[in-house]
Design a protein around this ligand. Sequence first.
Ligand code: UDP
Ligand code: MG
Length: 315
Amino acid sequence: MDHVTLSVIVPCYNEERGIHELHYRVTRVCQAHIGDSYELLLINDGSRDTTWQLMKEIAGLDHHVVAINLSRNFGHQLALSAGLQLCRGELIFMLDADLQDPPELLPDMVARLNEGFDVVYGQRIKREGETLFKKASAFAFYRLLNKLVDIDIPPDTGDFRLINRRVVDILNKMPEHYRFIRGMVSWIGLRQTAFPYERAARFAGESKYPIRKMLRFSMDAITSFSVRPLRLASYIGILFGVCAFFLLLYIIINYFLGYSVKGWTSLVVLILFLGGIQLIVAGVMGEYLGRLYIEAKGRPMFVIQEIISNSTSQS
Ligand code: UDP
Ligand code: MG
């Protein structure tokens, strides 16, 4: 496998409206700053529109483009992982297809990396065109995540980043299915630095992360990097033990003061409350157990249906 200087990796899911613009802008910046030794990996993550047809066309016309078709929709993180496994670059630039993260920042990020870093990650200082809810939930999520996990995952970062071959090789050796790539990169450590930038609005199309997917993604992130939620049961148990002790004191004092114990309302409330907590704790355990089950099966992360690159195509 011969190497190239730079691989640009772009997972695409229903991105037919933006893919030509993406190709144009990536090509322009790569030609100007890298020269000829680069590749653009477009990964089609089971799109339902014409994304794959367009990708094939682009790959047929431009020998820098490698079009990879996954056999179905595997999700953003796995599509990205497919690209990471297939890329040949010494430097790897991860990008979203919607051009929210400007490819034009590449030269500045390469300069930063050359100062002696292994990872230059984009950190959003501003987000255009995203709903208040999305911004607020992202803000809360990154802060909660940092409270729960033991490694430092920098807030307000996405997968928009430039990494070197050393980091990619380590990432590719990490076998987990539930992949939270920005966290995995943080876990690796080495020399990492932030690159502040302003996140643009989507060029075309809609966000592929509705609330449901965002929640699942957050669960993946937390369960991949922390077992703290599992300890929830013990903490709550201790808390209730202490409460029960004081309640007992209260009842004994009341008894000697001659007050009778009133009604059953408090009892019912307590039962419901404790029942609720038990269910939550069981649910948390289930989340981990389910993931353990999936990982234990050891299936491949994704299935590649077809790779198209210039005139050579493989199935
Ligand atoms: N994406 C993907 N598979 C999916 C969902 C999304 O490959 O199942 C791609 C999508 O095409 C885009 C990137 O992942 O290039 C980020 O998705 P999106 O822009 O919808 O996320 P947001 O920026 O809204 O968080
Ligand atoms: Mg986006």
